[in-house]
Design a protein around this ligand. Sequence first.
Ligand code: PRX
Length: 636
Amino acid sequence: MSNYHIKNLEEYFQVYRKSVRDPENFWEEVAEENFLWRKRWDKVLEYDLSKPEVSWYKGAKLNITENCIDRHIYSRGDKTAIIFEPNDPSEKAEHITYKQLHERVCKFANVLQDHGVKKGDRVCIYLPMIPELAISLLACARIGAIHSVVFAGFSSTALHTRINDSDCKIVITSDGAYRGNKTIDLKGIVDEALESCPNVNTVLVVKRINSDIHMKPKRDKWLQPLLDEAYHDCVPVLMDAEDPLFILYTSGSTGKPKGMVHTTAGYMVYTAYTFKNVFQYRENDVFWCTADIGWVTGHSYIVYGPLANGATTVLFEGVPSYPDFGRFWEVVQKHKVNQFYTAPTAIRALAKEQLGFSEKHDLSSLKILGSVGEPINEEAWHWYNDNIGKKNCPIVDTWWQTETGGIMISPIPYSTPTIPTYATLPLPGVQPALMDENGNELKGNLVSGRLCIKFPWPGMARTIWGNHDRYRDTYFSAYKDKYFTGDGALRDSTGYYRITGRVDDVIIVSGHNLGTAPIEDAINEHPAVAESAIVGFPHEVKGNALYGFVILKEFGETRVHDNLRNEINQIITEHIGPIAKLDKIQFTTGLPKTRSGKIMRRILRKIAEKETGNLGDISTLLNPEVVQEIMDGAIS
Ligand code: PRX
């Protein structure tokens, strides 16, 4: 077991060296000692990164839900697997034991089977953070169906694009969602989306807010009566190691969202291993990741990683500000949370409020604090460390991506000394490389460049659904035989990594990955808009916010511009969701372009960041005169 649970820095280095010298042996031992395999693998790893083709544990047979549920029933049947904490603190929390989880997953899986869902079929899940969300993922996995969760904050357009891209025939949703003091009409959004999804023939609806919704005859069914009738056991479908487990969409810098495909065995081993080590999980700890299961963080560290370790995981429906800004800390106290994992944007938002909100709650159960999704700035790190961890809890700044499946670079608590803003060291099995602009690897320390990973790891996505060429071109063509992350990073004198941010046209807003192209496409749909360009600029709470430069077909009066701004944000909300709304919109008569017609975003970025002293050479632009106009009209 020593490979599995690292306890000090010396051991980390030993394990790390071993994992790099002989990755196959390393990942074989991890897999052998900790999981339930129905058939052993024939080969631990086969890969060719030029294609790219990667397979881990080829030949093995398993079902991930047997690993996440069944095998715990004998030793931990009455242990709580999931603590559901509702949006409204006066509603009772629900404790679901491993035994109960087994029954609920089996029943749900049988309902899916009764509706014709088979191994390999795609199932779209559009649900709020309620137990049925976690259960529906596991129910799909039980029968070998591929789940595709769409974050319930996405609009109907975003939803139908994703449903059609992976050709889902069934959607699981709810009558609505609670979010703080608001309710959201999820079913209405689904109805609208399905007008553009001719292949969806079944919608299973969870009753959550008891709203009066329209149920389309034959297509829409309330889930609960079906569950009540369903048999309580369901034989797990045996999966090949490389059978897809799920699709999860992420934004790219261009084009439509990419359906990242994760497969079964490697993803399971990787999320379980990283969960155990990064959070130093011990039996009877209570782990809470505040992410939504609609994002990869929730897939890997609310559902699969914790359950594969027999852990107790908190599933929180609410928001940090309802009923007040003490909500997170109240939940920590109530459930005696030991590991708390959240995003810097939440920390920054809470740090702006009075300290009384955290001080009035007992946070002494906390042992480890985590951060994910974007760089954590020094101020937020200290606030977290001082006021929440009381300088007593290691902070794990975990760097990873939807594509990587699990955490890649992170301190290991009690082993790796932490430094604010540094994700520190690669986890065992992870081989980062920093590359210069010419495609050469930067060796040694005190270098900065583009972050790549030069050897496969079990959790990596294997393809983009329906578009393997795009997978190769996006991730494996910039640097030969290396996975390119899209991030920049530096390595300091001790070998620690600090992630410096995206080097492409993806902007991280409040920890959400937003591609500029889909937002620009949405804006350009407005009849008054001729062209637009989006860039990010630093924002106190969100990390980055969006700044749009918009050319109108007719420039018009300033008075009308305010209405247009609202309309543009409305269009973005409809096409993507409120998370992609622009904070600033500047109307202009032109955009700086190269002679080949490409928008020079670098210049727009500098203007948005108010760093106009150093715009670089603009003389080669097609229209250098427009730069002054944009600078004069910049919104402060
Ligand atoms: O830019 C990096 C940033 O988030 C991107 C990945 O976003 P997504 O696929 O949505 O996954 C988010 C949750 C894993 C990365 O390319 N990012 C993530 N974690 C960190 C980070 N940037 C700096 N520090 C981090 N700890």
